[in-house]
Design a protein around this ligand. Structure first.
Ligand SMILES: Nc1ncnc2c1ncn2[C@@H]1O[C@H](COP(=O)(O)OP(=O)(O)OP(=O)(O)O)[C@@H](O)[C@H]1O
Length: 464
């Protein structure tokens, strides 16, 4: 059997980390078994679905590299198929027309609530052998209801949660088509999973309540049942379920903030799944390891610090050319001047250790691409009369040394010894004069990158 999994978001907003993590598990399960991963857009909620949200989902999946093998299938394009199945179910007696108005259904529920019963459809229009149905009222367009079994249980062996049993008495005769003929959610999902030959439905556990309804519909259709695995929810830092309606951030905010897709994937993979103590792994490794046995049964909370830590790891691992290509447009936006400035790649190499995001890397790199404007108060504090002679000697030595980190460091040490100063007394004014700021990576490395002519020009200009 070929494993076939699907991710089935509704385009009622962007893709957030909770949905993306669930998509990742579904994708990885298919990849692990050399199976097929299907993308299905559940766009039947016409009021809330938008083309922009569809695009946002596709963009998010694409950024993460969660390529689908089939689809995207759009439910709105499958209406004829749903109507066909509704007709078949009516024909087979698995569904029936119900002429109750919404007001009558509400009144029915009120009565049940009043006597302390769980509100449910009372079966007025449900055909049973020997039962006489009420006369069909004039001018009412009926809904179609599914003839849910009255007794017994629905049991499935959830691949994440273990055995789950729901009594059929808990389940109403679900409306599967509205008065205008449009099909409803659980019905469409069941037909789709059947038609798309889904073998494993891996989805968030917010869907557990839908599963017995879908199983009953699939059974009535004579369709094979997929395995179901309900993965725990991802909670936001506030402990609430991440949700579009609850202000969760779009996956696409993360590239904008300077996160790398491999860091995000690694982070998401560990949200609710583990392989021993492994924290850092590639997607190839993840696909090889991924199974449904090591999923956590409790919700996982989003932890921005851990994501930042992983991003820093992947930034350090990335080659400088790739990082430079990501950083350059950000620098350009900040008005960076590249003429006569150090090449970007060695700058990246110097700074990437400490950057948690590409944006931080870009901010740090600006040091090399703007004119320094040392603050006069800081100048007065650091460029004192006591250090000026030392600076003058250093400038003099700069002409005669080889221009590299080791030679610069040796030259500075010589100046310190001659003037009985400590390193910060020379390094701080040098930083201020050459870069305009006090916080930089090690001064010898910074000076090396700027190059002899720029360093001397800036020292001479800013020393006045
Ligand atoms: N916070 C979450 N954690 C894990 N999975 C989630 C989360 N929110 C949604 N999912 C899962 O993502 C998949 C796609 O969901 P869908 O796009 O329909 O979101 P939704 O359930 O409408 O979410 P929302 O509550 O944000 O509107 C489903 O399998 C759903 O269970």
């Amino acid at each position: 059997m070929t494993v076939r999994t699907r991710f089935a978001p509704s385009p009622t907003g962007y893709l957030h980390l909770g949905g993306a993590r669930t998509a990742l598990f579904s994708w990885a399960y298919a990849r692990h078994f050399g199976g097929t991963f299907i993308l299905r857009i559940e766009d039947t909620d016409l009021e809330r679905s938008t083309p922009e949200a569809v695009q946002a989902i596709l963009d998010g999946m694409n950024w993460l590299g969660l390529q689908h093998d089939e689809g995207p299938f759009y439910q709105m394009k499958r209406m004829d198929r749903y109507r066909e199945v509704v007709a078949q179910m009516l024909e087979a007696g698995n569904a029936y027309l119900c002429y109750c108005t919404p007001e009558e259904v509400e009144a029915m529920r009120e009565r049940q609530r009043a006597i302390g019963e769980k509100p449910r459809y009372d079966g007025t229009w449900r055909p049973e052998p020997g039962k006489t149905l009420p006369p069909v009222p004039e001018g009412i367009r009926p809904v179609v209801r599914f003839k849910n079994p009255l007794d017994g249980d629905v049991t499935w062996n959830d691949v994440v949660k273990g055995t789950i049993t729901i009594s059929n008495r808990e389940l109403d005769d679900l409306v599967i088509a509205r008065p205008d003929g449009t099909p409803t959610y659980n019905f469409c999902v069941a037909v789709d999973d059947w038609d798309m030959r889904i073998t494993h439905v891996i989805r968030g556990d917010d869907h557990v309540n839908n599963t017995p309804r879908q199983i009953n519909i699939l059974r009535a259709l004579g369709a094979p049942l997929p395995e179901y695995g309900h993965v725990p929810m991802i909670l936001g830092a506030d402990g609430e379920k991440l949700s579009k309606r609850h202000g969760a951030v779009s996956v696409m905010e993360y590239p904008a903030q300077g996160f790398l897709p491999e860091a995000m994937l690694n982070y998401l993979a560990r949200l609710g799944w583990s392989h021993g103590d492994e924290e850092i792994f590639s997607m190839e490794q993840f696909i090889q390891w991924f199974d449904l046995d090591h999923l956590s049964k409790s919700p996982a909370q989003f932890n921005p610090e851990k994501l930042a830590w992983l991003n820093n790891h992947y930034i350090r691992q990335s080659d400088d050319a790739r990082l430079a290509a990501l950083v350059r447009p950000l620098l350009e936006k900040e008005g960076a001047q590249f003429d006569g400035a150090p090449a970007l790649e060695p700058v990246i190499a110097l700074l990437k250790e400490r950057a948690n995001t590409i944006n931080e890397l870009s901010e740090a790199a600006m040091l090399f691409y703007r004119q320094p404007r040392p603050d006069p108060a800081l100048m007065a504090q650091h460029v004192t009369e006591a250090v000026r002679p030392a600076l003058a000697q250093f400038i003099g030595q700069c002409r005669g040394i080889e221009w590299n980190k080791a030679a610069l460091s040796a030259s500075m040490k010589e100046v310190l010894a001659a003037h009985k100063l400590k390193m910060p007394q020379l390094a701080m004014p040098l930083r201020l004069l050459v870069t305009g700021q006090l916080q930089t990576p090690s001064i010898d490395a910074v000076l090396e990158l700027f190059g002899r002519e720029t360093v001397l020009a800036r020292l001479e200009k800013n020393l006045g």
